[in-house]
Design a protein around this ligand. Structure first.
Ligand code: GLU
Ligand code: ZN
Length: 308
C-alpha cells in the first residue's frame, strides 16, 4: 500500500523547532518509502489563523527544501473551507445518538470535580449529558450557546504507535467526552483531523508527542465513522538543557529568527542530528537524509537541545 503522509501545520504563527522536526520526519517517512505527501492547512480558528500566515508557512517549508505532492493553499486542503465535510460527520455522530450540547463555561468545566487525566488535562464530568430539553431551553433563553460533545463509551483503546509502541487509554476516564464543535461554531481539531485524514487517504501520521494523549480518541472516532485509523508515529518532545519543554514563548526557536541565523542546510543538518540520523550536526539537505532515515535511529526519550 502506498504510504500517504501529511504536513498539517496550523498557521497561527511561525513554525517552531518542534514543528520543523515533525515536518522533516514526516517528509522523510514518506520519501524513504516512495509515498505521497499531502499539505493540509489547519486554519480552523479564524481568530488565530490567517491566509498571510499560511502563505508564510508554505514559503518556510519550501525554504527548508521540503516538498509535497498534493494540497497546499487550495481551498479543498484548508480546514477553514471544509466545514461541509465536518458537518456531515457531525450529523452522522448525532444520528448515532453520540452528540450532546454542553453549556458549561470554562470556569465551570475547571471547577468540575471530575478525575484528571494522567497528563493533567481535565476530564469532563458529563454535567450537561443529563440535562432535559426544558433545562436546555432555559439555558438557551439566557443566551448561552452550547459547545457540542461526543459521548465516548466505557472502552479501552490501545494505539500501537509505530515509534513509541503501545499506548492505552480508558476512553471515558482518561479522555472523557470531547468537544467536536465549539460554542462559537468553530469545528474542533479532534473532529476535523479525523475527517480530513480519512478523506485525504492519509495512512501515516507523524507528529509530536504532545498529541499522543489525543490519539486513542482519534482512533476511536475513525472507527466510529467507519474509517480505518492511520498508523501513528509520535516524536519525542524537544526540551531545553534543564529538561523543560520548549514552548512557543521561546522566540529564538521560531523559524523567523532561525532563518536569520542559519542556512536551510544547517538547520536540516542540525535537526537530522537531533533525530539520530547523523553523527554530527553537519549541513545536509532533506534529500541527503533520505537514505539515512530509519525509525529505529530516532530517539524515544525527550531530546535536549543546547543553545542556538
Ligand atoms: N495542526 C496541528 C499542529 O500544528 C497538528 C495536528 C496533527 O498533526 O494531527 O500542531
Ligand atoms: Zn457542560
Amino acid at each position: 500500500m502506498t504510504v500517504r503522509g501529511r504536513f498539517a501545520p496550523s498557521p497561527s504563527g511561525r513554525m517552531h523547532l518542534g514543528n520543523l522536526l515533525a515536518a522533516l520526519l514526516a517528509w522523510l517517512d514518506v520519501r524513504s518509502q516512495g509515498g505521497i505527501m499531502v499539505l493540509r492547512i489547519e486554519d480552523l480558528d479564524p481568530q488565530r489563523c490567517s491566509l498571510n500566515k499560511a502563505e508564510q508557512l508554505v514559503e518556510d517549508l519550501q525554504w527548508l527544501g521540503l516538498d509535497w505532492d498534493e494540497g497546499g493553499l487550495e481551498p479543498e486542503y484548508c480546514q477553514s473551507h471544509r466545514s461541509h465535510h465536518y458537518q456531515v460527520a457531525f450529523d452522522r455522530l448525532e444520528a448515532m445518538g453520540l452528540v450532546y450540547p454542553c453549556y458549561c463555561t470554562r470556569a465551570e468545566r475547571l471547577a468540575a470535580s471530575a478525575p484528571h487525566a494522567s497528563d493533567g488535562a481535565v476530564v469532563y464530568n458529563r454535567r450537561c449529558a443529563q440535562l432535559t430539553q426544558t433545562q436546555r431551553d432555559m439555558l438557551e433563553a439566557q443566551g448561552r450557546r452550547p459547545a457540542f460533545r461526543v459521548r465516548v463509551p466505557h472502552q479501552t483503546v490501545t494505539v500501537d504507535d509505530g515509534h513509541m509502541g503501545p499506548y492505552t487509554q480508558q476512553l471515558d476516564t482518561d479522555c472523557g467526552d470531547f468537544i467536536v464543535r465549539r460554542s462559537d461554531g468553530v469545528w474542533a481539531y479532534q473532529l476535523a483531523v479525523v475527517v480530513d485524514d480519512a478523506l485525504m487517504g492519509v495512512n501515516h501520521v507523524v507528529r509530536g508527542c504532545d498529541l499522543l494523549t489525543s490519539t486513542p480518541a482519534q482512533a476511536w472516532l475513525h472507527r466510529t465513522l467507519g474509517y480505518q485509523p492511520p498508523a501513528f508515529y509520535h516524536l519525542p518532545l524537544l526540551v531545553d538543557a534543564q529538561g523543560r519543554r520548549l514552548s512557543k514563548r521561546d522566540r529564538d526557536l521560531d523559524l523567523g529568527v532561525l532563518r536569520e541565523k542559519y542556512t536551510p542546510q544547517e538547520l536540516v543538518g542540525w535537526l537530522g542530528w537531533l533525530a539520530g540520523l547523523q553523527k554530527e550536526p553537519k549541513s545536509a539537505t532533506p534529500r541527503q537524509l533520505i537514505s539515512r532515515f530509519q525509525w529505529s535511529k530516532v530517539p524515544k526519550k525527550s531530546i535536549a537541545i543546547g543553545s542556538t
